[in-house]
Design a protein around this ligand. Structure first.
Ligand SMILES: [Zn+2]
Ligand SMILES: [Zn+2]
Ligand SMILES: [Zn+2]
Length: 252
């Protein structure tokens, strides 16, 4: 049974290109579709079931018509991770389960007016659950509101999704040491900074973290236009790659 993860978005809330910005990365993204970055998200396919990991893409409903996916799995309730749910909730037909952290406020009026979305599937840190046979373990992250990353496991593969976060809590690092992922997709919004930024990762922090975790394939996501400019002139160390929209991770 193969596990496939398609990165449907690899940008932050600001996206690339940034409105009004004339930097080299934003200019390039306007000219070449392949360099655009939509809100950070993925589609995970396992056992012929599709899980949409975060829902920040505004035109989500056009890409994923009714019946093309089984559930949403949310990291947190910031707008750039949930805005696609706002029009979709007013759809008709079967209820769609939404798995995510027990954040009581959610986003705007989503919980008060859920429409066809079922937000009752809250998950707990380090308590594994299954989605059509895919094993999922919520991992606490460091962010400005309650946020979970997820370890996704099949019989032969293990991928960690770690966004949005600035570094990782010790408990999450310990868990990843005990359950080493073959690949991890991690928040690296910023080029190397002297200090870890408050809500998102920078390259220095991510490299220091992976010296402990030792994951062989580190995929950087939630990338800002400034980091894209930095990446134009600076190579990444071996084992690290910058994500791009449409990137596919195919595991066994
Ligand atoms: Zn975000
Ligand atoms: Zn720019
Ligand atoms: Zn966020």
């Amino acid at each position: 049974m193969s596990l496939t993860m398609t990165l449907t978005g690899t940008g932050g809330a600001q996206l690339v290109p940034v409105f009004g910005c004339d930097c080299a990365a934003c200019r390039r993204a306007r000219l070449q579709e392949g360099h655009r970055r939509r809100p950070c998200s993925a589609a995970v396919k396992f056992n012929n079931a599709v899980t949409l990991l975060d829902a920040g893409i505004p035109h989500l409903m056009d890409d994923w018509p009714a019946g093309s996916f089984q559930q949403f799995l949310l990291t947190h309730y910031h707008m750039d991770h949930v805005q696609g749910l706002f029009p979709l909730r007013w759809g008709v037909g079967a209820t769609i389960p939404v798995y995510g952290p027990p954040d009581e406020s959610g986003c705007d009026d989503l919980f008060r007016h859920p429409g066809i979305l079922d937000f009752s599937h809250t998950v707990e840190p380090f308590v594994m659950f299954e989605l059509q046979g895919l094993r999922v373990t919520p991992l606490p992250l460091n962010h400005s509101r309650l946020t979970f990353g997820y370890l996704l496991e099949s019989a032969h593969s293990r991928v960690a999704w770690l966004s949005d976060t600035a570094g990782l809590p010790d408990k999450t690092v310990k868990f990843l040491l005990n359950n080493p992922p073959q690949a991890m997709v991690i928040d690296c919004s910023h080029e190397p900074r002297p200090e870890t930024p408050r809500n998102h990762g920078d390259l220095t922090t991510v490299i220091a973290l992976n010296e402990v975790i030792g994951c062989p394939q580190v995929i950087l996501t939630h990338i800002s236009h400034q980091f894209d400019v930095w990446l134009m002139d600076n190579p990444l160390p071996a084992g690290y790659e910058a994500a791009y929209d449409g990137m596919i991770l195919a595991m066994e």
